[in-house]
Design a protein. Structure first.
Length: 38
C-alpha cells in the first residue's frame, strides 16, 4: 500500500514506515483507519 500521510496539527506523519514514532503510537487508531501499519 502507498504511504499514508496524516496531517495532525502541523505534523505530517507517515504511518506506514514510521510506525515506531511515539506520535504514531499515540494515534494508532487513526493510522489503522487510514490503512497504515501501527
Amino acid at each position: 500500500m502507498a504511504h499514508i500521510v496524516l496531517t495532525l496539527g502541523n505534523v505530517a506523519v507517515l504511518c506506514q514506515d514510521f510506525a515506531n514514532l511515539i506520535y504514531v503510537k499515540n494515534n494508532t487508531l487513526l493510522c489503522e483507519l487510514y490503512g497504515g501499519k501501527a
